[in-house]
Write a protein that binds this ligand. Sequence first.
Ligand SMILES: Nc1ncnc2c1ncn2[C@@H]1O[C@H](COP(=O)(O)OP(=O)(O)OP(=O)(O)O)[C@@H](O)[C@H]1O
Ligand SMILES: [Mg+2]
Length: 664
Amino acid sequence: MPQLFSNMTVKFNNLSLRTKLAISFILVVVAVGLASSLIGIRLVATDLVKRAQLKVQIDLNSAWMVYNDRLKDVETVVRLTSERFFLREGIPSGNWDELKRELERIRLENNLDILTLTDKKGKVLVRTRSPYTVGDDQSNDEIVGAVLKERKTTKGTEIIPQKELSKEGKELVDQAFMVFTTTPKAKPRIKDRETSGIMLKAAAPVFGEGSKLIGVLYGGHLLNRDYLIVDEVKDIVYKGVKYKGKDIGTATIFQWDVRTSTNVRNSDGLRAIGTRVSSDVYEKVLENGQPYIGRSFVVNADYITAYEPIRNIKEEVIGMLYVGILESPYTDRRNELVLSFFAVAILGIILALLMVVFVTSRITRPLDSLVFATEKVAQGDLAYEVPVQSSDELGNVAASFNKMTKVLQSSNEEITKRTRDLEKTNKELRETQAQLIQTEKMSSLGRLAAGVAHEINNPLTGVMTFSHLLLKNAKDEATRKDLEIIVRETTRCKKIIKGVLDFARETPPQRKLCQVNDIIGRTLAILEPQALFHNIQTERNLDDKLPQIWIDENQMEQVFMNIVLNAAEAMKGEGRFSISSSLNKKGDFVEVRMEDTGMGISKENLNKIFDPFFTTKDPQKGTGLGLSVSYGIVQKHKGDILVESEVGKGTIFIIKLPVDKKED
Ligand SMILES: Nc1ncnc2c1ncn2[C@@H]1O[C@H](COP(=O)(O)OP(=O)(O)OP(=O)(O)O)[C@@H](O)[C@H]1O
Ligand SMILES: [Mg+2]
């Protein structure tokens, strides 16, 4: 069981948000709808049944009123007639014909079935309905007997045996006689027919002179097959209303368990005379003398019914009075209610579904756009903004998301900027490091070279002086030629040594305020007349507003000389050379730019050209000291030399010299 539950939880968690919401909504609506429908139906159904039972009880009371009214009518006629003069006079005089005529008129006028006069002992004197049957004794009759005994008017319902009925009138026997119709659910009886009748009967004493009892007058209304009372109940209580072709209300008078007077119809539409009551009612009402209220199947339909016993004057149960109302109007009403409850429940579910669609789309749409935005951001689009559609929690999430991407974006920009700065610093560091290495290399090499050069210089001077002397005095041509070679090579050695000493010169520059343009002018003036420059087009572009700076002009001249010569050699005496001077933007450096259209320097040589003795020229032509010496000089001036070159196109040298700095 817990396994099943956890499986269900996992399955539920895997559903989409929309489905989850839909299921929850519907479950709640169905549960609430079902519960309230069931409770409602139960309440309504019990209420309907209670109301119906209450109504049927009230209706039974009304039926009793009609029943008793009729009994009272019989009594009133009998009592009033018994007090009349013609009776008091008629009995002693024995004028039976006249009495009979008058009584018959009264009987017919008041709709009585019998009206009979006896003498003071109960022997019949006059029978209005059956005039020739007289002289029998009625003193054993319950009601007549009671009057004889009590001497006052008495009324009640009474079972009249067939023998007595036949005395009162042959038609009454026929009216009362009925064979039982087989009725399902009825209690089995040995008898299969009813011969006696049930009658509303009243008797009154007739007093003669001196209040002496001279006779008894009794009258009655036979209830068998007489529908006066039941139809009146139907008309008064139910106003004859019909429901689906059936009387909504019915009333019945039972003689014991047999319907003797009724407006309940059988399936042929005839009054259900002769049918019998169901056995449970039989037991409760007839055997136990208790009222019965409840549902019962009457002849062919379900009724909500009420039965109460009819008793004779001895209080013995002799029959029942019944009213019933058709159950179907109530059940139909209940079914309608059930249907409408369910209709409301279904409507609720449909509404809930619509709500789900509405609410979930309000929730999932912003979520979808959030997901989309997250993907965008993941792809690096930090500028993407989620549309903020509401001011609820989802709107807040969207707004926070946008805020977050903005912060991310700015920190990203910051990082990029810092990386750039770092790269720049790194590059500068590498350059400085390279410079440091160059400086270090040169200073150690310089010291070594200077020592060697110094030591060689003196003997070399000796060699040179003496070889010159020898050359002067040389007589034969061969010796002279050899000596000339010695002088030439020694001169070359001297030149190299001078270069080494220049390069390694420890002496600081002798600075004074100079105009760089002047130095450039002097340098070019010396070089331009040389043969090497004849086919070189020289351009100069010198800034005449250049400030004077603190430099050693001899050393600087040497630097320019070196670079211009290199350019001329690189162009092999043919091409265009341009030289320009300017002040940089900040105004703290004078820049001299020298550009040639020579062969250019390969990448691998570019970082070697400042090394001492690096040369690509033949040993006779170049020593490889020109640029390293120049580098040393510029360095001592706290300046810088930069090179840019492209093989086959040309080379640019830029010399930067600081302004306003006089240093020792
Ligand atoms: N303008 C230039 N164009 C092409 N290559 C150049 C240029 N200037 C210098 N070089 C290269 O740099 C090398 C070193 O130059 P550097 O002036 O130090 O020595 P050198 O000219 O070879 O000899 P030296 O100057 O002692 O007579 C040269 O051999 C040459 O290969
Ligand atoms: Mg050179």
